[in-house]
Design a binder for this molecule. Structure first.
Ligand SMILES: [Zn+2]
Ligand SMILES: [Zn+2]
Length: 535
């Protein structure tokens, strides 16, 4: 198959041909928990930013928190008394927990932490600060002076004609603090003020510098020019015909005399899951919840490997493990065997400052359960089986991911617990199974620490006549070689029954190597019963 260029490189090539330097922008309104769809926006932007950097192109990545937008309604997670703040800018009302400087910060703060975890380091702007420090003032004047032209563009492009009293600028009432109930009646370009009347009965004048804001369809193109934006990913809701990108493009060119940024339209990430959180209801996961289970580089990988215009179905149960496996396999592949495309994909998925270990997630799922979640024990096992344990912080992060996955999303069959005493079910083991466990106990006691792979091979090769285990079983049962037929499935079953009391369990090699060898010797000997006594 011909090598394909990664989508982020295609975008980067195109914009670097067009602009001396680039600004990749993302913008999110922090009016509630910032969800995983928003994470797609910042990871998408970061991929393009990285690609431009790799091409030695001068680039800035920015994140603009739209914290000067009004509170739209009393969201279900808010106490009823927030009804009095509906219509007020979210930078100007109290936060729900009482500990953040304002409502918007309550949601911006954890989002910035999530970005850091994902290795994304944008220059952060807050809309209220930009307005209050005058960044927008020239754009506000242009918009007010060109009000009729803007209204014409909106009508022609979106098909909706603004009302007569419409203004591109919303004043914040000095009496009630709302920006949704005011009407602009006049403005003074020299004094940089806007006069308004408010539904609350108050009328007055505000400064263009922080006394209000441009409404969204005008604000967006204005900021492109103010911040020099050349590339911007945005959700498909903005990309519809007559939507805010369509109107923004014309307003940018015709009013602000600015070339609109290269658009990257991205699709949503849907949560495929059971019960109330079903894909049919379109419920999205918060980034916090997602990063509780998914290692950050895997989340980057998921987003970066998928073309932005394709939607991502995210299933945090077993399919998540499959995704993690896919990533880990790629990461540990010999460099000559990886395709150029996948190499690039890996490059873009990695980020500086991001945690990663060489411990496969699934193996940690096994070790975690063997150790009953005890971090010290987990480290002991990791050292014993030969993993690098220097980076405690990242190992702990992986432990937390695994713990959360087991608690939140793991199906019952992925969970197990090693029984402290021999499970009753072991009394049903047949002769071959007992002889096998006896042989296994012997092999473990006469060897140094066995690796997961060695365990796996021991069981798999047991059915072959020449193997140590086969010979052992024949000898223990005191029969002729031809009389013995072994199905490896029965042997795996014997292992699980003796340790977990169940017919199935985790990958046997990893599982056995995670357990203490003295425990295995005594447990298997006990399960084998009489026939193992002389050993
Ligand atoms: Zn708060
Ligand atoms: Zn008012």
């Amino acid at each position: 198959m011909a090598e394909v260029t990664h989508w982020a490189d295609i975008v980067a090539d195109e914009v670097s041909n067009k602009h001396e330097k680039n600004v990749v922008a993302t913008g999110i309104t922090p009016s509630g928990h910032i969800h995983i769809g928003n994470m797609r926006e910042v990871v998408t932007a970061d991929a393009v930013y990285k690609s431009l950097n790799d091409k030695m192109h001068e680039t800035t990545l920015i994140y603009l928190a739209d914290n000067f937008d009004p509170l739209r309604k009393v969201y279900p997670f808010l106490p009823e008394h927030y009804s009095k703040y509906v219509g007020n800018p979210i930078s100007e009302i109290p936060c729900p927990c009482g500990e953040c400087s304002n409502y918007a910060e309550h949601f911006v703060k954890p989002f910035l932490v999530s970005m850091e975890k994902l290795g994304i380091e944008p220059k952060v702007y807050r809309a209220d600060e930009l307005y209050k420090s005058g960044y927008y003032t020239e754009a506000i004047k242009d918009a007010l002076v060109n009000k009729d032209n803007i209204a014409k563009i909106l009508t022609e492009t979106s098909g909706r004609e603004p009302k007569d009293e419409w203004s591109p600028f919303n004043a914040i009432c000095r009496a009630c603090g709302k920006m949704t109930s005011t009407k602009v009646i006049s403005f003074d370009v020299d004094k940089e003020t806007v006069d308004y009347i408010c539904e609350c009965g108050f009328s007055g004048s505000v400064s263009m510098q922080g006394g209000g804001k441009l409404n969204w369809r005008v604000d967006w193109p204005a900021r492109w020019k103010i911040l020099g934006v050349t590339v911007e990913p945005f959700g498909k809701d903005h990309a519809s015909r007559g939507g805010s990108y369509d109107t923004g493009k014309r307003i940018a060119k015709e009013i602000f005399n600015y070339e609109p940024p290269y658009p990257i339209v991205y699709e949503w990430i849907m949560l495929a899951n059971k019960g109330a959180m079903s894909s049919s209801t379109g419920i999205v996961v918060s980034i916090d919840d997602m990063l509780k289970v998914v290692p950050p580089e895997v989340l980057r990988y998921l987003i970066i490997k998928t073309k932005p215009e394709k939607h991502i179905n995210f299933d945090p149960s077993i399919p998540l493990l499959t995704l993690i496996d896919e990533y880990e396999k790629l990461k540990t592949m010999e460099i000559e065997k990886i395709s150029t495309y996948n190499k690039r994909l890996l490059d873009l998925s990695k980020a500086t400052g991001i945690c990663h270990t060489n411990i496969p997630f699934k193996h940690m799922v096994t070790i975690y359960q063997v150790a009953h979640g005890d971090s010290e024990k987990i480290l002991e096992i990791l050292e014993r089986v030969g993993y690098e344990t220097g980076n405690r912080r990242c190992i702990q992060e992986l432990i937390n991911n695994v713990q959360n996955w087991l608690e939140m999303y793991a199906p019952p069959y992925a969970k197990f617990s090693v029984k402290e005493t021999l499970p009753a079910k072991a009394s049903n083991l047949n002769k071959v199974q007992r002889a096998f466990l006896c042989s296994l106990a012997k092999i473990i006691s006469t060897n140094e620490e066995l690796s997961g792979e060695q365990y796996h091979n021991l069981v798999y090769q047991a059915k072959e006549k020449g193997s140590v285990v086969y010979k052992d079983i024949v000898q223990i049962l005191n029969i002729y070689e031809d009389e013995l037929a072994i199905n490896p499935k029965d042997l795996f079953k014997a292992i699980y029954i003796a340790t977990l009391g169940t017919d199935s369990g985790p990958k046997a090699g990893w599982f056995l190597s995670s357990l203490d060898r003295n425990f295995l010797i005594s447990r298997f000997t006990e399960a084998a019963g009489d026939m193992c006594n002389e050993g």
